[in-house]
Design a protein around this ligand. Structure first.
Ligand code: F6P
Length: 358
């Protein structure tokens, strides 16, 4: 008898269901005696033993379905050791649930925060296998996370739509793309959508350089400009602040988000009309794109292989087109960021895209 626990944690993304389906199909095609415990709403379900017994049938017909059939929640790592309102130690509670159900392993689908907790549970002696989900593509140890390409598709579609209206008006358009800490989605959607300016957290911008790029376009007879701006884009000035000072600045910011701050500063400098579009959570919604369906299925199947050979303590990732197992202790706490001197950024610059840095 194989008893597997499964949970999805953190912000949702496309292809979570496809990945779980891959794991279950992979295992159940070889082993008949399997019990699947689906924990509800991420780690919360494991802490409070809120689960549902699932059968392979529950994983049929979900390949193309967005969201997660298990539900999810954010359970910040820094609060994991902080007792809940009833004084319950969350880590001990998770271990208790795991042992009480006599699980052979726990399959955890999540992003960065989720991986820190997953690694903690590994250190506490649980058998853990994880799968890299996030639209942000910022997990260390894998070239790609599932959810990323689907989000890029949606953000690109938004920029495409803006393009057609932009050609009819003399305006500056700002599309604010998801990504507080990293700019992968903004970078890819910006290039794919033909944005003129891309602002991402990894490359602090100078607003005067951004304004100058717009003026140059105007002088060249281009009557509109499209900016793809990541939620976490930061000016050079703000990048010099300490973490504490920057947090304080964000708390007191009179604008709802960075796009509005950039808009205000560009309006002053260029005198042009500006419009802002924020696709927001649509970027995490809807059906996964074919690429993500394939990736999630492959990662799920590779996870099934690890479970059936009792190899635990790994995240299953993809490198150079092949699935690979990456030790959890190497993944936890590390962020994969866009490198300012990477080929993709340099090539984008060669095509004339400004990152507002120089
Ligand atoms: O981590 C994925 C992500 O979609 C980020 O890109 C975004 O900044 C954040 O989640 C939004 O979080 P929430 O759904 O909690 O508002």
């Amino acid at each position: 008898m194989l008893r597997i626990g499964m949970l999805t944690s953190g912000g949702d993304c496309q292809a979570l269901n496809a990945a779980m389906r891959g794991v279950v199909k992979g295992i159940c095609s070889k082993i008949k005696d399997v019990e699947i415990y689906g924990f509800k709403e991420g780690y919360k379900g494991l802490i409070y033993a809120n689960f549902e017994m699932l059968t392979p049938k529950d994983f049929s017909g979900i390949l193309t379905m967005g969201g997660t059939i298990l539900g999810t929640s954010r359970q910040p790592f820094k609060l994991m050791r902080v007792p809940d309102e009833k004084g319950l130690d969350k880590v001990e509670a998770m271990k208790h649930t795991y042992h009480k159900l006599n699980l052979n392993c726990l399959v955890i689908l999540g992003g960065n925060g989720t991986h820190k907790t997953a690694n903690l549970l590994r250190e506490e002696g649980l058998n853990i296998i994880t799968l890299p989900k996030t639209i942000d593509n910022d997990l260390w140890g894998t070239d790609m996370t599932f959810g990323f390409q689907s989000a890029v598709d949606i953000a690109t579609n938004t920029i495409d739509c803006i393009h057609t209206t932009a050609t009819s008006h003399s305006r500056i358009f700002i599309v604010e793309v998801m990504g507080h800490k990293v700019g992968w989605v903004t970078l890819h959607a910006g290039i794919a959508g033909g944005a003129d300016i891309i602002l991402i957290p990894e490359i602090p911008y100078d607003i005067e350089v951004v304004a100058e790029a717009i003026r140059r376009r105007t002088e060249a007879g281009k009557h509109f400009t499209i900016l793809a701006v990541a939620e976490g884009a930061i000016s050079k000035k703000d990048a010099k602040l300490s973490k504490k000072e920057y947090k304080e600045k964000l708390r007191n910011r009179k604008y709802p988000s960075i796009a509005y701050e950039v808009a205000e500063e560009l309006k002053e400098r260029t005198g042009q009309e500006i419009r802002i579009t924020v696709p927001g959570h649509t970027q995490r919604g809807g059906s996964p794109c074919p690429y993500d369906r394939v990736l999630a299925t492959r990662l799920g199947a590779a996870a099934a292989e690890l479970i059936m050979t009792e190899q635990y303590g790994y995240m299953v990732g993809i490198r150079n087109g092949e699935t690979t197992k990456v030790p959890l202790k190497e993944v936890a706490g590390k962020l994969k960021t866009v490198q300012p001197d990477s080929g993709i950024v340099q090539e984008a610059k060669i095509t004339g895209i400004s990152f507002g840095d120089k």
